[in-house]
Design a protein around this ligand. Structure first.
Ligand code: SF4
Length: 506
């Protein structure tokens, strides 16, 4: 977490709530409050901005959007700022790497049209890996123009085109068309001004989307925790490439896309998701706890009396507890994180050090003289982790043994995690390649760079074992094997650039 939380950004969380019976005013009155609660539960997926889109059939302006930069608590800090009732609501929490502070980039988006079925609002989580090709196609074949340089605008035009192409202006047809065009990892929720709703997830299930039904409402969310928090039971995953529609109080499932294979983003399990969420029936907390247990079985600690396990807060806590429990050694919070310091974009080392000092406090009373087993979920760039190891040494730690609950991150992500180049990652500099595929990583060399006594990573297979059931995970950033053609193509370009930089021609 030290690394990813500070240096890597996950693009967003989505929610939706639909009142099954528009005449049921009591449920309609609950929807606004519930939707804000759900956004709070997805705050960890995006802290830059938040937004809600309300559909109310009784009003002339059927769809109204309320959104702004800031945390959910500041955007929706007063109930009288939003409608007191709604028939349907979509929501979004945003983190992004482009157009950082522009309100125009905040979701949900809306495309107005005098025909109600063509007037729609949507929210989207993830990344479109073939965005440049789609933009070119939309401009050259259909004459679309673009104001911004972001995936969301491209997706908005693809959805509008899908609706126009549909004989009945159906949202299901629009999403079917979108799925046929998009390459990437994403989940989408969309509603029109006729009161119809639909949702889908990329064909490989890279980004998560879950749903639940009760007698009054349909609910959708990037993570189960948001549905759980407002009382939904029996929460299920939208299947990869599945389209779910909610019309006239009925829910329908369409599975007419060819589903090649599942490939859930492993970092959803390792770091990003709330520990209280679950995917495909796998509890995120148990996954992390199991990974700590598996890592512990590889240890042979001589002086257990002096050993101390320290998690990097917060996502490494479950693994650290389990690691310590399995080995019979204590686990303590030797690093305290200030949860009220917001994320900042940091470019130079002085700023980074300042931020580490601001965000983390190492307790000398706990770590001095100890052999520290420092547990982190992953290493991407490694700068923050280096700073923390330095602080541990400074606080008197006798030795530091780094244990990472995922394999080395050796390749970029094109599906919604901001690590688009190879050279910004630490592991490729110490990896050997067969062709463009990284086949091994010299962990001893990395341990020297981090100035630690030892370094161990969990292997990909060990990570899969942590799920305790068959689970197919994306291998893009850990093996350079991507589930989609654009991912594969983008990787070839990225690794080629890396090779050229690393091995300049003489
Ligand atoms: S490449 Fe890595 S970060 Fe990106 S979706 Fe796949 S597993 Fe997740």
């Amino acid at each position: 977490m030290s690394d990813i939380a500070n240096e890597c950004f996950h693009e967003c969380g989505v929610i939706a709530l639909i009142n099954r019976d528009p005449d049921d005013q009591d449920t309609g009155n609950l929807l606004p409050e519930y939707s804000v609660n759900m956004l709070y539960q997805l705050q960890h997926r995006g802290q830059l901005a938040a937004g809600l889109s309300f559909f109310n059939n009784a009003l002339a302006t059927k769809i109204k959007i309320f959104k702004n930069n800031g945390l959910v608590s500041s955007v929706f800090n007063s109930a009288d700022k939003i409608p007191s009732s709604a028939d349907m609501i979509l929501g979004h929490t945003r983190y992004a790497t482009s157009g950082v502070n522009q309100i125009d980039f905040v979701q949900p988006y809306e495309m107005r049209h005098p025909i109600l079925s063509n007037w729609f609002s949507f929210a989207f989580n993830g990344n479109i890996a073939n965005a440049p090709e789609l933009k070119k196609m939309l401009m050259e074949q259909y004459g679309y123009s673009f104001i911004y340089d972001n995936d969301t605008e491209i997706l908005m035009h693809i959805l509008a085109l899908g609706i126009q192409k549909s004989a009945t202006y159906s949202l299901v047809d629009a999403l079917t068309f979108a799925l046929s065009q998009l390459d990437g990892g994403f989940s989408i929720v969309i509603m029109n001004a006729k009161g119809e709703f639909a949702a889908t997830r990329d064909k490989h299930g890279i980004r998560p989307l879950t749903y639940a039904i009760n007698s009054h409402m349909f609910g959708f969310s990037s993570e189960t925790i948001a549905l759980d928090s407002i009382g939904f039971g029996s929460i299920k995953d939208v299947q990869p490439g599945e389209i779910v529609s909610c019309i006239n109080g009925e829910i329908h499932f369409y599975n007419h896309t060819e589903i090649p294979s599942k490939s859930l983003c492993l970092l959803e399990l390792v770091y990003f998701s709330n520990a209280a969420s679950s995917f495909d029936g796998v509890s995120v907390y148990c996954f992390r706890s199991n990974s700590g247990h598996i890592m512990a079985q590889k240890e042979d600690i001589e002086d257990k009396n002096n050993a101390l396990v320290i998690p990097i807060p917060d996502s490494s806590k479950a693994a650290a507890d389990s690691f310590a429990y399995t080995l019979g050694i204590p686990c303590m919070e030797g690093i305290i994180r200030n949860r009220y310091v917001g994320r900042t974009f940091i470019n130079d080392s002085k700023d980074r050090k300042d931020t580490i000092d601001l965000k983390f406090k190492v307790l000398p009373e706990i770590v001095a003289g100890k052999d520290i087993y420092l547990i982190d979920d992953s290493i991407v760039r490694g700068s923050t982790l280096k700073g923390l190891i330095y602080k541990l040494r400074d606080a008197g730690a006798k030795s530091v043994h780094l244990r990472i609950m995922s394999p080395p991150i050796v390749a970029p992500c094109f599906y919604g995690i901001n690590m688009p180049t190879v050279s910004e990652l630490i592991a490729p500099n110490y990896s050997t390649y067969e062709g463009d595929k990284p086949v091994s990583t010299d962990t001893n060399a990395i341990s020297k760079e981090f100035s630690v006594e030892s370094l161990r990573y969990l292997t990909f297979d060990e990570m899969v074992q942590s799920a305790e059931k068959e689970m197919i995970l994306c291998q893009g950033c850990t093996k350079g094997i991507y589930p989609t053609p654009s991912g594969t193509q983008n990787y070839k370009i990225a690794v080629d650039k890396f090779f050229k930089k690393k091995r300049p021609k003489t």
